[in-house]
Design a protein around this ligand. Structure first.
Ligand SMILES: [Zn+2]
Length: 123
C-alpha cells in the first residue's frame, strides 16, 4: 500500500494531492473516486494514480542499480600476482610470499610462478 497522497498529475502536470472519496451505488459503497486536488482529473483506478513517492522509488529500481564491477580482466596468459603461486590473500592484504611484500592482485611480476592446476596444499 502506498499511504502517501502526493501525486504528479498527468492531466495538469503539477505536484498535487490525491482526493479520495467513497463512491456509492445507492447505499452500497462500490469503490473510491480518486481525483487530483489541483485540477479534478479523475483516475480510473488506484493503479493509474502516479503517486509521487512511487515515482521516486522507481528511480532506484533493480535495473538502474550499478552492475557489480568486474575486478579482474580474465586473461589466462597474464603474469598477474593473483595467479601466482606466491600470492596469498587475506582480509587485510594481498601478499607475495616470494618477495615478502604487499602486492595488488593485478600486479605483474618477473618472478611469476603459475599456480599448478592440481593445487598442492600450502604447508
Ligand atoms: Zn491535476
Amino acid at each position: 500500500m502506498n499511504a502517501s497522497p502526493e501525486i504528479i498529475c498527468p492531466a495538469c502536470g503539477r505536484e498535487s494531492l490525491l482526493l479520495r472519496a467513497p463512491r456509492y451505488d445507492g447505499f452500497k459503497k462500490v469503490g473510491e473516486s480518486l481525483r487530483c486536488a489541483a485540477c479534478g482529473y479523475e483516475f480510473a483506478s488506484e493503479a493509474e494514480v502516479p503517486f509521487k513517492a512511487h515515482a521516486q522509488t522507481e528511480v532506484f529500481s533493480e535495473t538502474d542499480r550499478p552492475k557489480p564491477l568486474r575486478l579482474f580482466n580474465e586473461n589466462e596468459t597474464e603474469r598477474l600476482c593473483r595467479r601466482c603461486a606466491h600470492y596469498t590473500i587475506n582480509p587485510f592484504m594481498q601478499w607475495c610470499g616470494l618477495h615478502r611484500r604487499e602486492v595488488e592482485a593485478t600486479d605483474t611480476c618477473p618472478s611469476f610462478a603459475p599456480r599448478g592446476a592440481p593445487k598442492k596444499p600450502l604447508l
